[in-house]
Design a protein around this ligand. Structure first.
Ligand SMILES: Nc1ncnc2c1ncn2[C@@H]1O[C@H](COP(=O)(O)OP(=O)(O)OP(=O)(O)O)[C@@H](O)[C@H]1O
Ligand SMILES: [Mg+2]
Length: 330
């Protein structure tokens, strides 16, 4: 609009001034001067539009920042602190029921006890609520009824930082940040030394492929880790969890994208790492959780079978049929 008005002003000056000159009422010198002076006068107005533009953008940002600051905190901190050294790692889900907002119940009156230091496996059909269960333990959402206890303390009474510091979580969809490989592994354990990072990467079977990257540990992984393959991202996430050295470790489909040989190698490291550490392993590939202390089969938000691998095979239920499909025994 502003530019259009300037153009209009300029054209009018040319036209009207030109007419005056032709009729002899204005000298050519004055006319020329007028044309230039009008230009000089009008052009600065374009800055006005830039100022308006900047102002609008700044206001939009301010509104967003203020909106964020005003957002009520959905998950409040509890008052009890639980130093990481004092955590034994006992986890208990006590009759929990949960639904994402305005949806049907995903978990229905589910109870589960994990003794400190035990390794349990969770299997179940896709969408049966396995990932939801561990997200509740991390307190990303609040249960509608029931309690979740860590070392017999309700997690709602715990300081969120303490709770999350004691849990290492390899999520199903790995999140890497735009930074170097080393920074991504050390995310969450920021004071780790370079040697510790390499050690963790070796345990996660990531060391070798990292060395083959253009700048090794200093290679930038790209936004969300897009310059790495799915299996490479998973191994970095495992290294991150190993480096954190948490009393409770959650592996949600942690090795689903790596080949069988690498998986076997990772399993060997994990067997060592998960000793004396509470571990919750979620897997579709049953071979990865076969040796757990206890395996839970989830279906439709409930635990329908539980026990050791051999017991569940003998039970001849869902687990046994899954095992038959995967091992090819009919
Ligand atoms: N953030 C969310 N908001 C609403 N519904 C969700 C959300 N996350 C998951 N769900 C729903 O909850 C149900 C359970 O999801 P969940 O991720 O726990 O399944 P899962 O057992 O981990 O499945 P998979 O084996 O595929 O990982 C699904 O039906 C899903 O649609
Ligand atoms: Mg899942």
């Amino acid at each position: 609009m502003l530019r259009f008005l300037i153009l209009l002003g300029f054209v009018l000056t040319l036209y009207l001034g030109g007419r005056e000159v032709l009729q002899g009422r204005l000298t050519v010198g004055t006319y020329g001067f007028m044309v230039f002076i009008v230009q000089d006068l009008l052009w600065p107005f374009t800055f006005l539009s830039e100022v308006m533009d900047e102002y609008q953008r700044a206001m939009a940002s301010v509104r967003r920042v203020m909106g964020l600051l005003d957002t009520a905190i959905a998950i409040p901190h509890g008052n009890n602190s639980l130093p990481i050294e004092m955590i034994a790692g006992k986890v208990q889900f006590d009759h929990i029921t949960f639904a994402y907002n305005e949806r049907n119940d995903i978990l229905k009156d589910l109870s589960l006890q994990i003794p400190a230091g035990a390794t349990i496996g969770i299997v179940g059909a896709t969408g049966s609520g396995k990932s939801t269960l561990v997200k509740l333990l991390l307190r990303f959402y609040e249960v509608q009824s029931g309690r979740i206890l860590v070392d017999d303390i309700d997690i709602r009474d715990l300081n969120l930082f303490d709770l999350r510091r004691c849990i290492g979580w390899v999520s199903q969809d790995v999140f890497l940040f735009h930074g170097t490989v080393a920074e991504n592994i050390a995310y969450g354990s920021f004071d780790a030394s370079h040697d510790e990072i390499i050690h963790a990467a070796k345990l996660a079977e990531a060391h070798e492929f990292i060395l083959q990257l253009p700048q090794g540990y200093d290679t930038i992984v790209g936004e969300r880790g897009q310059k790495l393959s799915g299996g490479q991202r998973q191994r970095i996430a495992i290294a991150r969890a190993i480096l954190k050295d948490p009393p409770i470790l959650i592996l949600d489909e942690a090795t689903s994208a790596v080949d069988n040989e690498t998986e076997a190698a990772i399993q060997k490291s994990l067997a060592m790492i998960t000793q004396n550490r509470t571990t919750i392993a979620i897997a579709h590939r049953l071979s990865t959780i076969r040796h757990s202390h206890c395996i839970y089969v989830m279906d439709d938000g409930q635990i329908v079978e539980q026990g050791k691998h051999e017991d569940l095979i003998a039970l001849d239920g869902i687990y046994a049929s899954l095992w038959r499909v995967q091992s090819g025994i009919h």
